[in-house]
Ligand binder design. Structure first.
Ligand code: AMP
Length: 493
């Protein structure tokens, strides 16, 4: 018993009520094999989250739900399971968890019965006022089943006094704040929502008479759907059979999509703002090269995150590009491991120095970003251990000095290396010969947004500037989950 209490206390101490998620979402309506298409879409979005996956489908009468820990390919690969997910409408979700609770209950899509009928919901992003909303709801008598902020949205929809489902949804969305993209399945339609600043991504595609919603265009490519356009910031799209209706209930705001989709999160073959992510990343490398040339023998990318930037860098300066690090593709993204200990182990599992290319060489090592420094620290050491003469680290984005609250796991200020050390100290910490970052102007030049334009900033770029488009309410004040829900969520782990 004593031991049990000790474990509980430890869990409580470590429990982090800030529920950060960067996930992949997908939805399709009016399509034969909707659940199989959803499984394929989720597979293409696997890089956005690997902890769990789920699909909810609707056959006109009934909803079906299957959720699993692990990868889409390992879970939704059998006809048997896809056959259970009946109907022409389906939504799906890949979950990325950080330090939040890691249980099947938190895997999405969520499903709830409301007085207007059933509703399935899958969410990418993070609400900045979910804890204060949740506490208010709990005081009013709401019972929460999960520790995910998405359940707050479900509760708000279910408790809305409006009659029609779409009005209930609008009602709920008016109360939430943050960066979010949602796909929902009601009894009559597939619905997509993007937050008023368009921080989190969502695109629309079409295949035959079916509309598709997805976090990224690579999920349209895999099923042969044509990319139509992005869901606009603050837009709600309602898909019924072969029609798509759009409503914009918010006051118009200037879009500010998240810059980290350009830098790291999206797959290079996806399209953002009409250009391929690969091109943006090569441009980041070109701008980095313009600002930070140095005498060296070879340019080496940190695979895969630094590949495109390193190529741009090397091509621009006519330097030799070599694969000095070889990646084991059977290990997930390092950062995605929930604890720091496992994360640092992950770097070793994932990469190995390619000795023949780096021995006795002066190396420019390129990565897309430096957050806690775990990756650079390990890799620089790995390269020196394998015989490199000099390792100069170049990072294809500015220094990350401010944490994120909209769903990208760039952690608390305490953990951000650039928030706590100057460039020379970081260089020393990671053991490199020299270290440089891309400037903010360089980053904007690379992405093609014009910083001199009056309407700057055009991206959500608080990582570098501290300019948050949505106030992080939960961070500022009412940020404690009520004791009861805290205890129950932990003891039911
Ligand atoms: P770190 O090792 O903590 O410095 O993190 C930097 C590495 O993680 C880089 O190789 C990036 O490609 C990757 N990365 C950067 N930001 C994120 C993020 N928000 N989520 C997951 N991975 C990231």
């Amino acid at each position: 018993m004593k031991k049990h209490i000790k474990i509980l206390k430890k869990k409580l101490k470590n429990y982090n009520p800030k529920l950060k998620e960067e996930c992949g979402i997908f939805g399709v309506g009016n399509a034969k094999d909707a659940s199989a298409l959803t499984a394929l879409g989720l597979h293409a979005l696997q890089h956005r989250g690997q902890e769990g996956c789920g699909i909810v489908s609707f056959n006109g009468k009934q909803y079906f739900s299957e959720k699993r820990f692990g990868l889409v390919g390992d879970n939704f690969n059998k006809e048997k399971i896809l056959k259970k997910l009946q109907g022409d409408y389906a939504i799906g979700h890949n979950r990325y968890s950080t330090t939040g609770e890691n249980s099947l209950r938190n895997i999405q899509p969520f499903f709830a019965d409301t007085n207007a009928g059933g509703i399935g919901i899958a969410h990418n992003g993070n609400l900045t006022n979910s804890i204060s909303l949740r506490n208010k709801l709990v005081k009013e008598g709401a019972i929460f089943y999960t520790t995910s902020d998405t359940e707050t949205i479900v509760q708000l929809i279910a408790r809305s006094k409006r009659l029609k489902t779409i009005d209930k949804i609008v009602d709920a969305i008016f109360q939430i704040q943050g960066g979010y993209a949602l796909v929902m399945l009601t009894q009559t339609s597939l619905i997509g929502v993007r937050d008023p600043f368009g921080i989190r991504p969502l695109v629309i595609g079409k295949i035959k008479n079916s509309y598709v919603l997805a976090s990224e265009t690579c999920a349209l490519d895999i099923i042969g759907a044509k990319f139509l356009r992005e869901v606009e910031n603050g837009e709600i799209v309602i898909i019924k059979e072969d029609t798509l209706k759009s409503i914009k209930p918010f006051h118009p705001k200037k879009a500010r999509p998240c810059v980290f989709e350009y830098i790291y999160f999206s797959r290079p073959d996806s399209i953002l703002n009409n250009k391929s992510v690969y091109e943006y990343r090569k441009n980041l490398g070109i701008e980095l090269a313009k600002e930070n040339d140095i005498n060296a023998d070879i340019v080496v990318p940190v695979p895969d995150s630094g590949n495109a930037a390193a190529l741009g860098f090397a091509q621009h300066l006519n330097k030799k590009f070599e694969l000095g690090l070889i990646r084991n593709h059977y290990v997930g993204r390092t950062f995605i491991e929930p604890s720091q200990k496992i994360r640092s182990l992950g770097v070793k599992l994932k990469l190995n120095a390619n000795q023949s290319t780096i021995k006795e060489k002066k190396i420019i090592l390129i990565d897309d970003s430096l957050v806690r420094g775990t990756t650079s620290f390990k890799i620089v050491k790995m390269l020196y251990d394998a015989g490199a003469k000099e390792v100069h680290v170049r990072i294809a984005c500015p220094e990350i000095k401010y944490p994120d609250f909209y769903g990208v796991d760039t952690p608390t200020k305490k953990e951000l290396l650039s928030a706590n050390k100057n460039k020379d100290e970081i260089c020393k910490y990671i053991g490199a010969k020299s270290l440089e970052f891309l400037s903010l102007n360089g980053m904007y030049r690379a992405i093609g947004f014009d910083k001199r334009n009056q309407s700057y900033p055009q991206l959500t770029d608080h990582y570098f500037t501290g300019d948050y488009p949505v106030k992080p309410i939960d961070e500022l004040g009412d940020n404690k989950v009520t004791q009861l829900s805290l205890l129950s969520s932990v003891s039911n782990n």
